[in-house]
Design a protein around this ligand. Structure first.
Ligand code: 5AD
Ligand code: SF4
Length: 462
């Protein structure tokens, strides 16, 4: 690790304090997945330890950090747009620093583009390098030169970074980093590197600290949580880790993402079934309902294997809900392939569906495949898929009317004076209550719905 103890950064802390006339403010924006959001929370922790305050807008910030995502081209374009929009702020405040980090800048061509086209970007650092940030800021101030690091794959796990969490009651807890699967469309294994699992002891320590400080919902994170534990000195499988955490004392709820269908096991379903604190909700991205597409995507399972796990889960846990990611318009996807996806979505009945139009990522296997489906055909397929899904999800929401659920209260709701709570199955209820219960569990009676949004009233305190 670059710096064991952030209190030892006195030289950098002094350099920062001397550089600015008033205590500096930092604005951190994370794009993309929860893993990135959690990295953003660590960046905030590191910057607070260096004497920065936090602000929620770029205007007036002395340091802007864009923590980027590379999974689709659209996400990258948004980052370039956001960097471009900072040019005027930088002209007005030349001491303002701009840092770009995360998955996008793990790609050499992106770092080159930033170097050439965005001369006002001061610092670039990749994923797994948050611990180096103090040194990079120190170097930028001392040398007055830009500090743009070319991508390297760091494999060591950095534990004990300071962290400033966005919520006081919901926490992300990474259990592993990277991915070894090389799905043919996906850039993640290239930018986040090989799978590395944290030790169960480190995870347990962080978990206990979270429960003790009152966190009510803890979501275990990994690109493929079901391959947790491979390569550890004391191998442990994901279901055993999950059971170990669920058996900890305290009033909390446990979620996890993401599960790869090829590794999700019946044992995982049994573990969910036998632990009250593990939410009865499974995010199991299928990507396509066509065996031919699944093979082209290098997913290593077929539709009947996928459906048989879903059937097992439905039998074992009748109120289990499912969510999924689907890619529409993968190179070579025919109308018949797409109809098989529609068929699968109909059979499973997902309560949440995340749909994406295929985005070509250079360096991946799929980027070499001919893709001759017109874009309008792809957008039409997405629209049909969403319509089908919505029909199911709204019907599901209606089926909950009249029932009581324990929800975790998130904050203000959509109607004046109402609150928003999340059910175990991830559905959201907008409910009325005589007092603010944000951050606590409460029992809510569902009285109606507005599309997939449930409406309700407080039944009792949890
Ligand atoms: N194009 C479109 N969607 C993608 N995803 C990953 N890579 C791509 C890509 N190149 C989607 C997958 C994955 C989710 C996080 O993002 O559905 O599960
Ligand atoms: Fe990408 Fe596949 Fe790994 Fe998920 S499992 S991060 S889709 S390569």
């Amino acid at each position: 690790m670059d710096y064991q103890n952030f209190a030892q950064h006195d030289r950098v802390i002094d350099a920062i304090a001397n550089y600015y006339e008033t205590p500096p403010l930092a604005y951190i924006h994370s794009f993309g997945c929860q893993q990135n959001v959690n990295d953003g929370e660590k960046i905030k922790g590191v910057l607070l330890a260096l004497g920065y305050g936090l602000t929620d807008k770029a205007e007036g910030a002395d340091l802007v950090v864009f923590n980027t995502c590379a999974v689709r081209e659209h996400a990258e374009q948004r980052v370039y747009g956001n960097i471009g929009a900072l040019k005027n702020l930088k002209l007005a405040n030349p001491k303002m620093m701009i840092a770009v980090c995360g998955c996008m800048v793990q790609q050499k061509h992106v770092v080159d583009k930033v170097r050439q086209s965005y001369p006002y970007v001061d610092i670039v650092f990749g994923v797994n390098a948050i611990d180096t940030l103090p040194r990079l800021i120190g170097d930028r101030i001392r040398t007055r030169k830009r500090v743009l690091l070319d991508p390297v794959q760091r494999t060591e796990l950095v534990e004990d970074l300071p962290i400033h969490r966005d919520s006081t009651f919901k926490a992300w807890l990474p259990i592993m980093y990277g991915c070894d699967n090389f799905c043919s469309y996906c850039i993640v294994p290239f930018v986040r590197g090989r799978e590395r699992s944290r030790t169960a002891a480190n995870i347990l320590e962080e978990f206990r600290a979270l429960v003790q400080s009152g966190y009510k919902e803890i979501t275990l994170l990994g690109q493929n949580v079901n391959s947790y534990g491979k390569g550890l000195e004391r191998p442990m499988d994901f279901s055993d880790l999950l059971a170990m955490l669920a058996e900890e004392p305290g009033d909390f709820r446990l979620r996890f993402m993401t599960s790869h269908p090829k590794d999700a096991s019946r044992k995982l379903i049994d573990t969910i079934a036998s632990h009250e604190k593990i939410c009865n909700n499974l995010h199991l991205p299928v990507q396509s309902g066509s065996n031919h597409m699944l093979a082209e995507m290098n997913r290593k399972y077929n539709v009947s294997e996928y459906l048989s796990l879903i059937e097992y889960a439905k039998k074992k846990i009748p109120d289990m809900t499912f969510s999924s990611d689907i890619i529409v318009g993968f190179p070579g996807e025919t109308e018949a392939d797409f109809e098989q996806t529609m068929d699968l979505v109909q059979k499973v009945g997902y309560t949440q569906l995340f749909t994406f139009i295929y985005s070509k990522r250079s360096g991946t296997k799929a980027a070499t495949l001919p893709d001759d489906t017109p874009y309008v055909v792809k957008t039409d397929r997405i629209a049909r898929l969403l319509a089908l899904h919505e029909q199911f999800a709204v019907g599901y929401a209606q089926s909950l009317i009249g029932k009581r659920f324990r929800v975790l209260v998130d904050g203000a709701g959509k109607r004046p004076g109402s609150f928003s709570g999340r059910l175990e199955n991830n559905l959201v209820v907008d409910f009325t209550a005589p007092c603010d219960l944000t951050g606590q569990f409460a029992w809510v009676k569902v009285t109606g719905n507005k599309g997939i949004l449930l409406l309700g009233e407080l039944d009792s305190l949890a």
